[in-house]
Design a protein around this ligand. Sequence first.
Ligand code: ADP
Ligand code: MG
Length: 362
Amino acid sequence: MITLSGIRKTYGKTVALDGLELEVREGEFFCLLGPSGAGKTTTLKTVAGLEQPDSGTVLLGGEDMRGVEPYDRGVAMCFESYALYPHRSVYDNLASPLRSPRYRLPAAEARQRIGAVAELLGISALLDRPVGRLSNGQRQRVALGRVLVRPAKAFLLDEPLSHLDAKLRQQMRAELKAIGEVRHTTTLYVTHDSVEALALGDRIGVVREGRIVQTGTREEIWYQPYDTEVARAFGRPRINLLPGVVTESGVRSDGGVELPVRSRATPGTDVLVGLRPRDLALRGPGHELTGTVYVTEVLGRSVEVTVRLGTGERRVSLVAPRADAARLRPDDPVRLVVRPENLLLFEADRPERPGRRIETER
Ligand code: ADP
Ligand code: MG
């Protein structure tokens, strides 16, 4: 539905997009995830026709958009810095896009669409209020509403929940995909929040310095991250990355720690072994690691335990149920278990690039 190929966009000496490739399928909810400055907004503007790429092509529904005005592209975009009419009411702000000659919906239908969207966004009670008197969070919902009321081939949403407080954001995150218009319309959704991307994206594209480094389902991104930086971006507490050296039987790390992770990497290669804190446990089946408790921190019903591995100083953290971790004190000896299939393997990080994932053998 949305196909970007080889998109390059520069602003003076700044390369915003550097050969970006992206394919969003019909009806899909696609999340573009990346840090600030990665090129996310520029990508959306390029799709919307608000920026012209220096090179590369934008296809919408298979049609080349070169020379097609934003107004004629049939996409609805919600900006991070939204432009609302502050003196007009919420209702008028939602209705104004529908008054354009492009839609000119019958008044009754427009009212019905606005009512439904306002209800879903929890702003029904604010319809008569001037936008200038709303909080940032309320304004952001109005801006999102202005996009959702429009019949469009695709929605382009730029961090639409970023100004909401944590509780509302969580609630809207849960509801957003259930909104009929969103469910039935191809959506390209931009965020810098990996939790949001995992919660919403049918697929996720990880963007870094103007390129997509990995596209996949949440499972693919989680279990087969392209490199250590993608692995670090997903999951809190962060993935543990233990430096080690490939041996004949696995990987050896400092302090006599052996990890049963097999690959085709040549023995002697410097690597990083990835262990997700939720894949490490204090009991149960799996490969055993021993160590001593460094520190514990209660996180609600679970506890984050940081352990010094083996006889060395390398630390890993894990998340355990409170019942398993409650009695642990610093310097207590502990035994950890991990299922070998949950171990990830990466090349060592280098100054010029994060270590890429190495395929493991089961
Ligand atoms: P993101 O939305 O991921 O934070 P942007 O697409 O806004 O990133 O920006 C990508 C890069 O392009 C950044 O380095 C940014 O400073 C630069 N950039 C974006 N828009 C402009 C502009 N209008 N003029 C100059 N530089 C810009
Ligand atoms: Mg942006």
